[in-house]
Design a protein around this ligand. Sequence first.
Ligand code: ATP
Ligand code: MG
Length: 418
Amino acid sequence: MKGLPEKLDVPGAVAAIARRLEDRGHETWAVGGAVRDALLGGSRGDWDLATAARPETVLELFRPSYPVGIQFGTVGVRGEDGNLYEVTTFRRDIETDGRHAVVEYADRLDEDLARRDFTINAIAYHPLHHEFHDPMAGWEDLQRRLLRCVGEPATRFAEDYLRVLRGLRFAGRYELEIEPATWDALVDAAPRLARLSGERVREEILKVLSGSVPSRGLDLYRRSGALAVLVPELASVDDTDWRVILASIDGLTERRLRLRLATLFAPAGPEIEPLMRRLRFSNAELRDVQVLGRALDLSLPKSGDIVAARRWLRHVGPDDARDALRLHFCREGALGTGAEGRSALAGQASTVLGVLRRGDPVTLAALAIDGSDLKQLGLKPGPEFGRILEACLDVVIEDPKLNERERLLEFARRRLPD
Ligand code: ATP
Ligand code: MG
């Protein structure tokens, strides 16, 4: 086991905030994610400070500062580098209902560390004295790559079920093994995750999906029973399909979050909507998943079949077409059909992309006539409008040269009801 490093690379602005508090006699430490990640060799901007000073004092000492989470004792302080740092008064848990912990202020760092979720998140570092305080032995767990609750796991999860999801996320992100007692309590707690608000679950799922290798966390969701409770709509996905979903998601780069989300939820089919509404996803997120999920089900046109490529684009929509192709490529990679499958798909995709680049009309908006033209022909607005325009699009898809105003007006005139 290695000893702790001599010192961590704390931003000057963070040290300056700590110095100001310490100068007034308020003990102040860096704790949480930034300390953990610095010990793992990573670096990040959002250092959090824990202090004995009360929030009123912090607000008074720093201008500008903002009561960002004042009910939890958190004040946002603008550092001299322009970043906002969170300074939180030492707290202890007094009462819990599994959804939110009720906390009160504490005077000692040890009390504050004891209420933190996992040992790796409970390591304190003094940014001025360069001293560690690690009573939960988080450093040892970090080196052993072990996720372990602070305190008695069942109690800690029952206090706040969100910790179950946080644990799965950290274990996935840092490739940690979950210590057996923590794992057992986590699996026991999984059935009660339904109590968490949709918003919090949504946030956690998005955090897992934003990681560099989301499959690890997602697979833990499934193995622990959390996925079955939170997203029962995916219950019919068998192990083989699940492997393909995970590999597809890993194959997408981190910034393609909406594609990863679509890959995860697409198998829910018609249940995508109730599932995403329950978990409070936005209308835009719901739309993306529905459109891309459908595009995954729709087989691609044969290579070289330009008319079929236009039809495919009409269903998927030109704006989502490139993303839909990305999903097909990732699934292809995940299925591992080899060079033959890959080159077939490449041919299909290049046919679609060719049509897209040429800008062939594939939407109603691209037609040379619109509803106002039909009105001038004497047609009253109603369902007939859409039907006639769709019929125009049918012929234009077959032959884009027909997309001329006069021709389409003539075509429409012939289709007017008597
Ligand atoms: P990241 O920001 O990378 O997701 P983090 O560890 O910084 O990870 P935050 O949610 O920013 O996570 O919380 C900061 C710290 O607050 C954690 O490291 C942990 O010590 C503590 N903490 C956060 N949420 C909880 C919770 N639900 N129960 C107990 N402690 C928590
Ligand atoms: Mg954080």
